[in-house]
Design a protein around this ligand. Structure first.
Ligand code: ITT
Length: 197
């Protein structure tokens, strides 16, 4: 089945191809000449996923899905959350975002009362006829005190999933996908799409 994944994040694309497997051929907005930044202005993770999927569907009329993900840290009242991509400010990268996150938690010290956190992922699917369905996935865990591991992307080096001694960046791609927020949401997406056949 051919479907567009409305993302500009190559790491997400690699993970999605692995999670969804050979039954799906993933195309990208660039394959349809959509090269501009897709707006993400809704204020919620679910809303941003819907906004991105709808944006590409409106321009192609083809089935497509989008992923929006945020890291919620309890001691920071759920921040960075929907602002995860630009936590350290516009033009900053994942290294800057991690520096800011660790700095905020260090500044709180004991007052943080723990380092529990979760990745929250929403995957919004627009079918060709305009039908919208959203699939959610959560991975619970803790923020480490320093970077561990070299794999993955984004906040992976400082996120240790619940019940594991390793960060996402110390897991193989397959190990991460089994337990990750994106793995959960995208397996639900795959189940839905295959049930339509
Ligand atoms: P698209 O919107 O083009 O899909 P993006 O990188 O902007 O790509 P998000 O807004 O969903 O995607 O990402 C929010 C932030 O969370 C961003 O800094 C990512 O690097 C990070 N992130 C997303 N998924 C992650 C994962 O599985 N592990 C670690 N960090 C992740």
């Amino acid at each position: 089945m051919q479907i567009i994944f409305a993302t500009s994040n190559q790491n997400k694309l690699i993970e999605a191809r692995s999670i969804l497997g050979p039954s799906f051929t993933l195309l990208t907005p660039a394959d349809y000449g959509i090269t501009e930044d897709i707006p993400e202005t809704s204020g919620t993770i679910r809303g941003n996923a819907i906004q991105k999927a709808r944006y590409v569907w409106e321009r192609t009329g083809l089935p497509c899905f989008a992923d929006d993900t945020g890291l919620e840290v309890d001691a920071l009242n759920g921040a960075p959350g929907v602002f995860s991509a630009r936590y350290a400010g516009p033009g900053k990268n994942s290294e800057d975002n991690i520096d800011k996150l660790l700095g905020e938690l260090d500044a709180l010290g004991e007052a943080a009362g723990g380092r529990s956190a979760r990745f929250r992922c929403s995957v919004a699917l627009m079918e060709a006829d305009g039908r919208l369905t959203v699939f959610d996935g959560i991975a619970e865990g803790n923020i480490t005190s320093c970077r561990c591991g070299t794999r993955g992307f984004g906040y992976d080096p400082v996120f240790r999933p619940e019940g594991m001694e390793k960060s996402f960046s110390e897991l193989t791609e397959q190990e991460k996908n089994v337990i990750s927020h994106r793995g959960k949401a995208m397996r639900a997406l795959a189940g839905y799409l295959l049930s339509l056949k």
